[in-house]
Design a protein around this ligand. Structure first.
Ligand code: NAD
Length: 419
């Protein structure tokens, strides 16, 4: 898999997806040139003191793809596999995601090339504060608002917000989302991405008139998004039969005891070896005969290599860019229904938007209100995309891109940036 990622530029794939939508829309060459490039890309190299007093040099990035519809918005990823190319691709994806669900943001992404599990808490804090200071010239409530992604979470966001606040001399809570509730975070943010995945999975099953009495589910990735999704789909009455993490998977056709599995994972650091299920390889989890497959780990997991072995009727793409363009075609040909990433995992950025609004107003909402608003925004977007897909006879991903690119192009035109 690593070889595949190295040989295929993630940004080139993102541009290819944009080009397909631009073709459907007949976008002008000027607008096309502007939107297929990123606006700003910042690379920083910075030192961090480790606990043993050694000093290590780290590399980080912050990229803003487009800010024509509002401030830039996008996650911070800590991963040893991070590259500028991938950050550019993910920043572009954020522009389309915010536009597809109609929230007033542009797209950004950032992160540090680091394995967060290899650092102590204090090393992680030093790294986060130094990185935040390095990219601070781009960050702020009206400019660019980071959020958690792979390898980061509420604690990292609290450190980022605190660092920006130290520079400003007062608390700037709206500068970062995905914070703990104690420092201006939103109720419901922790589960937001998984809750959005769950709402759209249920909506898609309704649309598909799936006859299975109890639809079965396999989830790849048991982190923030994967574990919320598994729990919420189980609560909604589906049977979660398999999950995996980076070390392997587990399968029980009668359904997994998710609470016990979570305890096992906390204790063992992995899902494999769970007594009440059989061990499987990560690849086997993707190929199980289930109703719903939720890839919720990393990019490029369903490709031309394995797409013809994926049996699920519905694929809800929780992880960004989990399915390659070649695999899209194979799945479409087979009649599988795909809820694309920019729609499927938009619950995270939708509730981040609610968090930002609450911080700016210093007026906070109950979780029930947040979940109701999330349901409204994400379901409306789903049906807008579905109608475009049916009316224009294009697949769900192209339809989501067409709506999103059209909105960003309209903003570009009406601002007078390009006619
Ligand atoms: P996380 O770090 O909390 O969890 C990632 C999980 O994926 C871990 O369980 C890890 O072991 C597993 N994993 C990694 N490589 C794997 C592989 N090859 N096979 C199986 N499992 C593997 O990250 P997260 O926040 O849950 O993010 C997951 C995906 O969702 C990413 O694509 C991210 O961009 C996207 N996303 C996250 C949010 C959010 O709010 N956290 C919002 C929108 C989208």
């Amino acid at each position: 898999m690593a070889v595949e990622l190295q040989t295929k530029s993630a940004f080139a794939i993102a541009q290819r997806r944009f080009d397909s939508a631009a073709d459907v829309l007949g976008l002008s060459d000027d607008t096309r040139r502007l939107l297929r490039e990123v606006k700003r890309e910042l690379t920083v190299h910075f030192p961090v003191h480790h606990d043993d007093r050694s000093v290590h040099l780290y590399t980080g990035y912050r990229v803003q793809h487009n800010i024509n519809r509002g401030p830039a918005k996008g996650g911070i990823r800590y991963s040893p596999e991070l590259t500028l190319d991938l950050v550019k691709a993910l920043a572009m994806l954020m522009t389309w995601k915010c536009a597809a669900v109609g929230i007033p943001y542009g797209g950004a992404k950032g992160g540090v090339v680091v394995d967060p599990d290899a650092l102590s808490q204090s090393e992680l804090e030093h790294l986060t504060r130094r990185f935040t200071t390095e990219i601070a010239l781009l960050i702020g409530p009206e400019k660019d608002i980071p959020a958690p992604d792979l390898g980061t979470g509420p604690q990292v966001m609290a450190w980022m917000m605190d660092t920006i606040s130290m520079h400003a001399g007062h608390s700037v809570t709206a500068s970062v989302t995905g914070k703990p509730v104690d420092v201006g975070g939103s109720e419901g943010r922790q589960d937001a991405a998984g809750r959005g995945v769950t709402y759209l999975t249920l909506e898609a099953l309704k649309y598909l008139h799936v006859g299975d009495e109890t639809p079965t589910v396999a989830v790849q990735g048991f982190g923030k998004v994967g574990s919320s999704t598994a729990r919420l789909l189980h609560e909604a009455g589906l049977r979660v039969v398999a999950v995996s993490d980076s070390r392997g998977g587990v399968y029980n056709p009668r359904g997994l005891d998710l609470a016990a599995l979570d305890e096992h994972r906390k204790f063992r650091g992995q899902v494999s070896g769970f007594k009440k299920a059989d061990d499987l390889s990560g690849d086997e989890v993707l190929e199980l005969p289930v109703t719903v497959l939720v890839p919720a780990a990393v990019e490029q997991q369903i490709t031309e290599r394995n797409a013809d072995r994926v049996k699920a009727r519905l694929i809800t793409e929780a992880a960004n860019a989990a399915v390659s363009p070649e695999a899209d075609a194979v799945l479409h040909e087979r009649g599988a229904f795909l809820v694309p990433d920019i729609l499927a995992n938009s619950g995270g950025v939708i509730v981040s938007y609610f968090e930002w609004v609450q911080d700016l107003q210093a007026f906070f909402w109950e979780e029930e209100e947040i979940n109701t608003k999330l349901h409204h925004v994400i379901t409306r977007a789903f049906y807008e995309v579905l109608h475009a897909s049916v009316n224009k006879r294009i697949d769900m991903r192209t339809a989501a891109y067409v709506l999103a690119v059209q909105r960003v192009a309209n903003a570009t035109t009406v601002r007078g940036i390009y006619p």
